[in-house]
Design a protein around this ligand. Structure first.
Ligand SMILES: [Zn+2]
Length: 279
């Protein structure tokens, strides 16, 4: 059963909500690495030497607006070998946030593990899960995933994208779009062309909801390492360096949906090397 974890960033509330999780060999996920590359990082792997990949979303409550960042992998069959059934809507209920109370669904990008609960399956008909929310999608991200039939299929277009557009729930935006006066979109392209992260600034405190600008704690140190899923690895590496440099300079909180749950920590230094410091 998925978990949730709530913190304050100034007067904004952040809640990590787990949809599901998966485990896989690190050399499969970071497919340019070899087993020996992980010798220094065994403590970031689980007892079986696997990457424990959380599949989670973040709820940000700011200025009275309830924002869901990404909607998980969803309840439909998936190729991803999940360790538990995806349960995001019921985990949200447990955290006190009914799906109908979500005002904004903001997407870091449109990979299938970030859009899955856009709809629920009503006997084969996809029905919007967050009917009262504006769904915020980067135009460049939309243009990419709708550019070929193959990409549309990969994004689950008919199940999770066209139903929310048809219901009139989507706003297409460009670049650094503000969600509230405290929550700003930060372009971090590369994982996908229109990928964005989100900066939360409130009462002198700061956090970044990463999206998939990074997938694993090891990337605080091995910032050049890319998962096979990064579409443009040169661009994703540049975005990751820029974002982590900024996070470190600002001593900001990191809020990740794929790091080990709850995916909350900071960038620290150990003998001059940048490392993950969980909170
Ligand atoms: Zn992802």
């Amino acid at each position: 059963m998925g978990q949730f974890h709530q913190i304050q960033v100034g007067s904004a509330t952040l809640i990590a909500v787990q949809d599901s999780w998966a485990a896989m060999p690190p050399t499969m996920f970071f497919n340019k690495t070899e087993d020996s590359d992980w010798d220094n990082y065994r403590d970031l792997l689980d007892d079986d030497g696997l990457i424990n990949l959380n599949i989670g979303s973040w709820i940000v409550i700011s200025n009275g607006t309830t924002i869901l960042v990404d909607s998980g992998i969803g309840g439909r069959p998936t190729m991803m070998p999940l360790k538990e059934p995806a349960m995001l809507p019921s985990v949200m209920e447990e955290a006190g946030i009914a799906p109908s109370a979500v005002d904004v669904v903001a997407f870091s990008h449109l990979h299938f593990d970030h859009t899955g609960w856009n709809t629920w399956d009503n006997d084969g008909t996809p029905v919007p899960q967050f009917p009262n929310a504006r769904h915020i999608i980067q135009q460049s991200e939309w243009d990419y995933w709708t550019s070929t039939d193959e990409l549309k299929e990969g994004a689950g277009y008919d199940n999770v994208l066209s139903p929310i557009v048809d219901a009139g729930l989507v706003d297409f935006v460009d670049g650094d779009h503000p969600l509230t006066s405290e929550v700003l979109t930060v372009p971090t392209p590369g994982h996908t062309p229109g990928h964005v992260s989100f900066a939360v600034t409130s009462d002198g405190e700061k956090a970044y909801v990463l999206g998939d600008a990074a997938h694993h704690m090891v990337q605080l140190t091995e910032t050049d390492w890319c998962p096979g899923a990064d579409v443009d690895k040169v661009e994703s590496t540049a975005s990751r360096h820029k974002l982590f440099d900024q996070i470190e300079a600002e001593n900001a909180l990191i809020a990740s949906g794929h790091f080990l749950f709850p995916g909350l920590g900071r960038a620290a230094r150990n003998n001059g090397v940048r490392v993950w410091a969980p909170e």
